[in-house]
Design a protein around this ligand. Structure first.
Ligand code: URP
Ligand code: ZN
Ligand code: ZN
Length: 460
C-alpha cells in the first residue's frame, strides 16, 4: 500500500515548505518537490497544510470516576480523536488503592485491545505507593514501555497520595529514567472549601469553581516543583489553568529544573463566566475549573515563552444524565468535559488563525513536544523520513461550526456548541492507512496499536 500526497504545505515544529510526501506501508519514505513515485493512491493537497498526526497527552476513556464511567470508550473516543486529526492519545490507568499496578494494567488492556481505532499509550496513575509498587514502577519502565507516572495531589480517599509517597515515587522514577506527572491542586484546601459551601447550602455548579480558587493550584504546583528539585526528578504538570501556577513553574526554572507543563484547550478558549448559568454550568464542571481572562492571557504567553510545552484536552466526557447526578450537590457532578475531537481545530482557529501562535508552534504543542517528552520521537510527532505516516491534511480556510449534532464523541452535548471555527481536518492517515476521508472513518476497531514508549525526555 502506497500513498503520494502532492503539493501540500508541510508544517513541522521547525519548518514550513511546499512538498510531496510519499508513504509506503506504515512509514514516510520520501519528502520532496515533484516526487515521481507511482502510488496506489494519490491525494492532491494543493492549498492545504500537512501536519504530523496530533498527540493528545491527556484523555480518560471508559474511566471509573465519581460513581460512574466516562462516556467515551476506546472505540468511540479514539475514532472521534481521528476525526479531529489526533492520531494518538495517552490515557490514564488508575491503580485501585490497596491493589497492584499490574492488575490495573490488565483492566486497561481489556478496555483497549481490539477496540481502539487510533494509536494509544498509557500513563500509570500511582494512587498508593509502597515498596512492592516501587518494584512494579521499575518493571513498567523497563518492560512495559510505560515511563510516565501520574500522581494526584487532590481527590483524597480515592486517588490522592501524600507528599511522603510522592517523594519516594520521584526517587524511584528518577533512578530509572521516567517522568512523574501531576494533577497539582491542594486537595485538603479544596475539600474544606467544598464542605463549607455545602454547609451553607450552596449547591450550584458555580460553587465547584468557588471551592477551587487559583491559590489551590498555585500552591500545589509550587510544592510539586520543590519536591522535584529535592529529588532531581523530571516532572510534568497536567491541565494547568492559571497565572499563579505558571509563575510557580517560572520560578522553578531559575533552578534549571526539568519541568514540563501541559495546558488544555478549554483553559485557552473558555472562562469561568460559564458557571453563572445555573445547572447548565455543570457542562464545564471539571478540575481544575475554568478560570479568568487574565489566566487565558498568561497561558497563551506561557506557550509562546516555551514554559508550556503541550496542549491536551483532559477529555473526560459524561452524558447529561450523568452530570445530573449532581443536580442538588455540585460536589457530585462528575468532573470532566468532551473535547478529544476538536483540540486541533480549536487550537488552529483560536491560536494560528487569530495570530496568537505561529503555525510551527501549533505543531510543536499539538504533536511534537508530546512525542519528545513521552519518549516517542521521531516515530511520532513529526514529518520525517522513517517516521510513522501519521499525517493530517488540513484545509486552513474552511469554516465550520461545532455541534453535538455533528460531533463523533459519545456525549449528548458540546462544551463548544455553536462555536465558529476556521480550519478543518480534511484527510487523516494513521500509519499509512487512510483513517478519515470525506467525513467518514475508514478504520475498524482494533486498528489502533499500543505504542511502547522510551524513557527519553529530549526537549530542553
Ligand atoms: O475534571 C477532570 N479533570 N476530570 C478528569 C480527572 C482529572 O482530574 O484529570
Ligand atoms: Zn486532573
Ligand atoms: Zn485528567
Amino acid at each position: 500500500m502506497s500513498i503520494l500526497i502532492k503539493n501540500g504545505t508541510v508544517v513541522t515544529a521547525a519548518e514550513t515548505y511546499i512538498a510531496d510526501v510519499y508513504v509506503e506501508e506504515e512509514k514516510i519514505v520520501a519528502i520532496g518537490k515533484a516526487l515521481s513515485y507511482t502510488a496506489d493512491i494519490i491525494i492532491d493537497a494543493t492549498g492545504k497544510m500537512i501536519f504530523p498526526g496530533g498527540i493528545d497527552p491527556h484523555v480518560h476513556l471508559d474511566m471509573p470516576f465519581m460513581g460512574t464511567y466516562s462516556s467515551d470508550d476506546y472505540e468511540t473516543g479514539t475514532r472521534a480523536a481521528l476525526f479531529g486529526g489526533t492520531t494518538m492519545v495517552i490515557d490514564f490507568i488508575l491503580q485501585t488503592q490497596g491493589d497492584t499496578l499490574y492488575n490495573a494494567l490488565n483492566t486497561w488492556q481489556k478496555k483497549s485491545k481490539g477496540k481502539a481505532v487510533g494509536d494509544y499509550s498509557y500513563h500509570m496513575a500511582v494512587t498508593d505507593f509502597n515498596d512492592d509498587v516501587a518494584k512494579e514502577v521499575v518493571q513498567f519502565i523497563t518492560e512495559e514501555g510505560i515511563s510516565s507516572f501520574k500522581t494526584f495531589m487532590a481527590y483524597k480517599g480515592a486517588l490522592m497520595i501524600d507528599d511522603g509517597q510522592m517523594v519516594q515515587l520521584m526517587k524511584v522514577v528518577k533512578e530509572h529514567g521516567g517522568l512523574v506527572t501531576v494533577h497539582a491542586t491542594n486537595g485538603d484546601m479544596i475539600d474544606s472549601l467544598v464542605a463549607k459551601n455545602k454547609a451553607l447550602g450552596n449547591t450550584a455548579p458555580l460553587y465547584h469553581y468557588l471551592s477551587q480558587p487559583e491559590v489551590t493550584e498555585a500552591e500545589a504546583s509550587a510544592r510539586f516543583t520543590d519536591m522535584l528539585a529535592y529529588t532531581d526528578c523530571p516532572g510534568y504538570i497536567v491541565h494547568m489553568t492559571c497565572e499563579g501556577a505558571l509563575n510557580a513553574v517560572r520560578r522553578s526554572t531559575l533552578r534549571n529544573q526539568k519541568i514540563f507543563v501541559e495546558t488544555c484547550i478549554q483553559y485557552l478558549m473558555l472562562d469561568a463566566s460559564l458557571y453563572e448559568n445555573d445547572f447548565e454550568g455543570a457542562k464545564w464542571v471539571m478540575s481544575p475549573p475554568l478560570r479568568e481572562k487574565k489566566d487565558q492571557e498568561a497561558l497563551w504567553s506561557g506557550i509562546n515563552q516555551g514554559l508550556i510545552q503541550t496542549v491536551g484536552t483532559d477529555h473526560c466526557p459524561f452524558m447529561w444524565e450523568q452530570k445530573k447526578m449532581g443536580k442538588n450537590d455540585f460536589s457530585k457532578i462528575p468532573n470532566g468535559h468532551p473535547a478529544i475531537e476538536h483540540r486541533m481545530e480549536l487550537l488552529f482557529s483560536e491560536g494560528v488563525h487569530k495570530g496568537k501562535i505561529s503555525l510551527n508552534k501549533f505543531v510543536e504543542v499539538s504533536a511534537t513536544n508530546a512525542a519528545k517528552i513521552f519518549g516517542m520521537y521521531p516515530k511520532k510527532g513529526t514529518i520525517a523520513i522513517g517516521s510513522d505516516a501519521d499525517l493530517v491534511i488540513f484545509d486552513p480556510q474552511k469554516e465550520h461550526e461545532i455541534s453535538s449534532k455533528t460531533h463523533h464523541m459519545n456525549c449528548d452535548y458540546s462544551g463548544y456548541e455553536g462555536q465558529k471555527v476556521t480550519g478543518k481536518v480534511s484527510t487523516v492517515l494513521l500509519r499509512g492507512k487512510i483513517a478519515i476521508q470525506d467525513e467518514k472513518c475508514h478504520l475498524k476497531p482494533g486498528f489502533g496499536k499500543f505504542i511502547k514508549r522510551k524513557t527519553t525526555t529530549k526537549i530542553i
